[in-house]
Design a protein around this ligand. Sequence first.
Ligand SMILES: Nc1ncnc2c1ncn2[C@@H]1O[C@H](COP(=O)(O)OP(=O)(O)OP(=O)(O)O)[C@@H](O)[C@H]1O
Ligand SMILES: [Mg+2]
Length: 525
Amino acid sequence: MKKDTEFFGDIQLSKKMLAAITEMGFEEPSPIQSQTIPLVLAGNDVIGQAQTGTGKTAAFGIPTLERIVDNRQIQALVLTPTRELAIQISEELTKIGKFKRIKALPIYGGQSIDRQIRALKFGVQVVIGTPGRLLDHIRRNTIKLDSVKTLILDEADEMLDMGFIDDIETIIQNIPAEDRQTLLFSATMPAPIAKLAGRYMKQPHKVTISKEQLTVPLIDQWYYETREKLEGLCRVLDVEEIGRLIIFCRTKKGVDDLVASLQARGYMSDGLHGDLSQSQRDRVMKKFRDGKLEILVATDVAARGLDIEDITHVINYDIPQDHESYVHRIGRTGRAGKKGSAITFIEPREYRQLKIIEKLAKTRIIRKQLPSSADILERQREVIKTRLAQTLDRRGFTDYHSIIVDLSSDYDPVDIAAAAVKLYQEGYKEKPEETAAPLAHTGAEPGMVRLFINIGRSQKIRPEDIVRTIANEADIPGSMIGVINIYDKFTFVEIPEDVAERVMSVMHRNTIKGYKINVEPAKSR
Ligand SMILES: Nc1ncnc2c1ncn2[C@@H]1O[C@H](COP(=O)(O)OP(=O)(O)OP(=O)(O)O)[C@@H](O)[C@H]1O
Ligand SMILES: [Mg+2]
């Protein structure tokens, strides 16, 4: 007889299932997977708790999809707290169910309901949804849940949290109770959840991986105490070797403000929060996943479940409201065995709150001093060294040989090279980002050039002062100068292209009301 099962660790799975997860690069089950998959396959209710990034999606996904039969009825329903997570889980389940040809459909608010209705009519076996939109479909009678056998609450504690509980109960009431299997998964399971779960679950098996520590040991965790968080953040961004980064803020406005400040300083960043349109949310997430965006600034909407490759750092620009939020936020890095760094900024009065989080998350968050100017310089030197080495390796600089040959009759070659680096470093200091094109037109009207003016801590400088100074120093009428945008410590002006060079050279290292200012072309994002 032909064998149609194979082993994943010591779990017996169908060949089709094993082929799919092998294609996904899974060789061995993770601890939560080896403990929960057999229980779920046997039809049990399960509460699964394991650290962030340890494969909980596949822990419920593999056995649930393995039990799905070949018809076009909804047999499994996954509830998630956010739209982005619904999309992500739908993608992962589609991969897991690839050879079983399982149709999974994400259903969430902000997306055309008609399109969802058409897809549901076509017939799918797994639905992954956010509670609000699911309720919508239930009320419109556009979704049939009477053949659902498995209900999964991913991020169960968040789902059962006060805000969601009524919605969840209504959804549960639409699923036949007799043969319903219920699964709860999360990295955090506060005690009251187990009690609540008792209402919906039948003799649940509780599986807990690693009781000692809620956070992942591969994540380095530290904090900075400062009253100047923006300045501190920029220093950190200048010294840390960052691949991809999520910065968490407490409020939507906080996200918008920080994005504006970072963009103005030339850091490629964009925001994600609940007030954006769904198409904006999708666009930002796509850019971030595709590596076209280095810094994602977000509210807690991005704290749970998101699995994005190579996030090297998570920064809590605002301290999280509780230890659960801390655990989930920092868990966006250090996933699937990779290393990560989690940095928290606190103001002096938030020290106690940090200590409470540290204690409840059963972790260690060490204190560090903000990088000094010397650290930043040191890092710039390293970057220059790397770039020089790359340039040397790539060749293509022979055009410049004659300069060196000419100079070497009078100077030592090592001195010439060092002087070239100094020249570069001085330029580099003024333009921290390599993308700073000379006189960038970033966002400016045709024929105009936008300049970025950093006025440091000199809060007393008003836009009129800036316009007057530029007009006087560069000898152009004030009416030619447009003031674009005013933030705390910097502002943009737009000036005609043909006077840009002059304004730049006159204004460079000038002062306004005795304060030193810094003028440079606005950088493209
Ligand atoms: N057995 C495995 N072998 C290799 N990689 C795996 C395995 N299981 C899961 N992964 C990968 O590990 C990553 C993290 O998995 P997943 O998103 O399911 O974590 P999680 O436990 O749900 O985390 P969170 O608590 O943040 O939601 C994913 O990229 C997933 O594809
Ligand atoms: Mg998850």
